[in-house]
Design a protein around this ligand. Structure first.
Ligand code: CAA
Length: 277
C-alpha cells in the first residue's frame, strides 16, 4: 500500500494514514487502502486498533479537494458512499478503534475520527467541518455523527459556520475524550513530543482494553452501538442478548473462575489468554 501502513504488536494494531504531503487528505486510493488494511486485521489476534495520521501537523485534513473538484452529482454521491461505507465499517468493526489525532482533523478527517470508538488528541489538534465554505455539505457522515456526539445545536453551529475549533473546545463539547500534551522536565524542556506522547497514551489505552476479555469487549461495543440506534425497550433487549452471549464462553468461565479463586491460586488464568467461545 502506498498511503496506509499497518503494524500489529502485543494484540494491538496501528493503522497510519501516510500521505503527509497532502496532510493525509483522503482520496479514493487512501479510502481503498484503509479498507484493505481492515481486511488484513487478524481478528483472532487483535483486540484493539489505533488509527492515526503520519507527521506532526495533520491527522487528516479532509477528503481530497482536488479529486472532488470535478465530480458530477452522481460521482459526488458515489464518493460520499465510498467514504460512508468505509467509515461505517470502522464504526462497526468488531474490536474497538481509538483515533489518535495529531493536528488537523477537518472535514473527512473529523468524520473518520468520529467513526472511531474513542478519540484522543494532541494539544495542537484542530477540528472542524469546513465543507459549506467549499460549497458542499459534510459527506462522510459529519451531519449525522457530529450531531449524535455533541448535540444538534453545537453540531449545527459548527457545520453552518464552518468554524474550526481547538483541542480544548473539542474536549469541552465532548468531541474528544482527552488531550495529550508533550512531556517536559523541571526546566520546561520537552522530553517527549506531543505526538510521541499521544501514541504512547493511545497504546496504553489500547493495551488496557486488550487485557480484558475479548468477547465481552466486542459485545459491549455492539451493545452500545446497536442500542444507540434503538428505543430503550429494544435497547435493553439488545444488551440482554449480548450479556447472555458471554455465558458458557471460556472468557466468562475463566474470568469469573479467577475471581472466585484465592489470590495466590496458581490455577488462575491470565485474562489476556481468553479468546474462544
Ligand atoms: N485535499 C487535498 N489537498 C489538501 C487538503 C485536502 N483536503 N488539505 C491540504 N491539502 C494539501 C494542500 O493542497 C497542500 O498541497 P501542496 O503543497 O501541493 O500545495 C498541502 O496539503 C499542504 O497544505 P497547505 O499548504 O494548505 O498547509 P497549511 O498549513 O497552510 O494549511 C490547512 C493547512 C488549514 C489544513 C489547509 O491545508 C486546509 O484548509 N485544507 C483543507 C481543509 C478542508 O477544507 N477540509 C475539508 C475537505 S472537504 C471534505 O472533507 C468533504 C467531506 O466531508 C467528505
Amino acid at each position: 500500500m502506498e498511503f496506509v501502513t499497518y503494524e500489529a504488536k502485543d494484540r494491538v494494531g496501528v493503522i497510519t494514514i501516510n500521505r503527509e504531503k497532502a496532510l493525509n487528505a483522503l482520496n479514493s486510493q487512501v479510502l481503498d487502502e484503509l479498507s484493505e488494511a481492515l481486511d488484513g486485521v487478524d481478528l483472532n489476534e487483535i483486540r484493539c486498533l489505533i488509527l492515526t495520521g503520519a507527521g506532526e501537523k495533520s491527522f487528516v485534513a479532509g477528503a481530497d479537494i482536488g479529486e472532488m473538484s470535478g465530480l458530477t452529482k452522481a460521482e459526488g454521491e458515489a464518493f460520499g458512499k465510498k467514504g460512508n461505507d468505509l467509515f461505517r465499517r470502522i464504526e462497526t468493526f468488531p474490536v474497538p478503534v481509538i483515533a489518535a489525532i495529531n493536528g488537523f482533523a477537518l472535514g473527512g478527517g473529523c468524520e473518520i475520527a468520529m467513526s472511531c470508538d474513542i478519540r484522543i488528541c494532541s494539544a495542537n489538534a484542530m477540528f472542524g467541518q469546513p465543507e459549506v465554505g467549499l460549497g458542499i455539505t459534510p459527506g462522510f457522515g459529519g451531519t449525522q455523527r457530529l450531531t449524535r456526539l455533541v448535540g444538534a445545536g453545537m453540531a449545527k453551529q459548527m457545520i453552518y459556520t464552518a468554524r474550526n475549533i481547538k483541542a480544548e473546545e473539542a474536549l469541552r463539547i465532548g468531541l474528544v475524550n482527552e488531550i495529550v500534551n508533550a512531556v517536559t522536565d523541571e526546566n520546561g524542556n520537552e522530553t517527549v513530543s506531543a505526538k510521541d506522547n499521544l501514541m504512547a497514551s493511545a497504546l496504553k489505552m489500547a493495551g488496557t482494553i486488550a487485557k480484558n476479555a475479548p468477547i465481552a469487549v466486542r459485545n459491549c461495543k455492539k451493545a452500545i452501538n446497536e442500542g444507540l440506534e434503538a428505543g430503550m425497550d429494544e435497547a435493553v433487549v439488545i444488551e440482554e442478548k449480548l450479556f447472555g452471549d458471554c455465558f458458557e464462553t471460556e472468557d466468562q468461565r475463566a474470568g469469573m473462575g479467577n475471581f472466585l479463586k484465592k489470590k495466590d491460586d496458581p490455577t488462575k488464568v491470565k485474562i489476556v489468554d481468553f479468546i474462544n467461545k
